[in-house]
Write a protein that binds this ligand. Structure first.
Ligand code: ZN
Ligand code: ZN
Length: 137
C-alpha cells in the first residue's frame, strides 16, 4: 500500500510503498531510548519506493546494543521526531525502517509481531486493564 507521513512539526515529509502485514513492534532498549517510550512501531519500506518530499533528516549512526551493527537513525532536525533507520553511508538503500506513528495511514497499520520481547517493560501487556480517559485524565 501507499504510505505517506510527516514529522511532528511538518518539516520532513515522505512517501513510499509498504506491506501492512510487515508492521512490527520493537521492544529493544535502543528503541526505548530512541523514542523516549516503551517501544517503537516500524514498517519496512523498500529503498527504491521511498521518497523524501520535503526537509532533510539529521542522521545519527548508532551501533545497535545487541549486534553492534551500525544503523543510521534519521530524525527531524527541528522537532526531533524519529523518521526511519537504514544502512549508514551514501548511495541507494535496500530498505528503510519507517516509524509508523508518523504515517497518515497508521490507523490501518496494526502490528503483526513483537521483537525483542525479552526487553519489554513488564507492564506492557497489561495496558488494557488500566483506567481509560477519552481525553486528558
Ligand atoms: Zn519536524
Ligand atoms: Zn528496536
Amino acid at each position: 500500500m501507499r504510505i505517506d507521513g510527516s514529522c511532528h512539526c511538518g518539516e520532513v515529509t515522505f512517501e513510499g510503498d509498504a506491506d501492512p502485514d510487515k508492521v512490527w513492534v520493537c521492544h529493544c532498549t535502543d528503541c526505548q531510548s530512541g523514542t523516549g517510550s516503551a517501544f517503537r512501531i516500524n514498517i519496512p519500506v523498500p529503498g527504491p519506493s521511498f521518497r523524501l518530499l520535503s526537509g532533510t533528516p539529521a542522521i545519527y549512526v548508532k551501533h545497535t546494543a545487541e549486534s553492534g551493527t551500525p544503523r543510521a537513525q534519521a530524525f527531524c532536525p527541528r522537532c526531533g521526531s524519529p523518521i526511519y533507520s537504514t544502512t549508514p553511508g551514501d548511495g541507494p538503500k535496500e530498505a528503510y525502517t519507517v516509524r509508523v506513528g508518523l504515517l497518515k495511514q497508521r490507523g490501518e497499520l496494526a502490528p503483526k509481531k513483537q521483537n525483542w520481547f525479552r526487553s519489554a517493560r513488564s507492564w506492557v501487556t497489561g495496558l488494557g486493564s488500566l483506567p481509560k480517559n477519552e481525553k486528558q485524565g
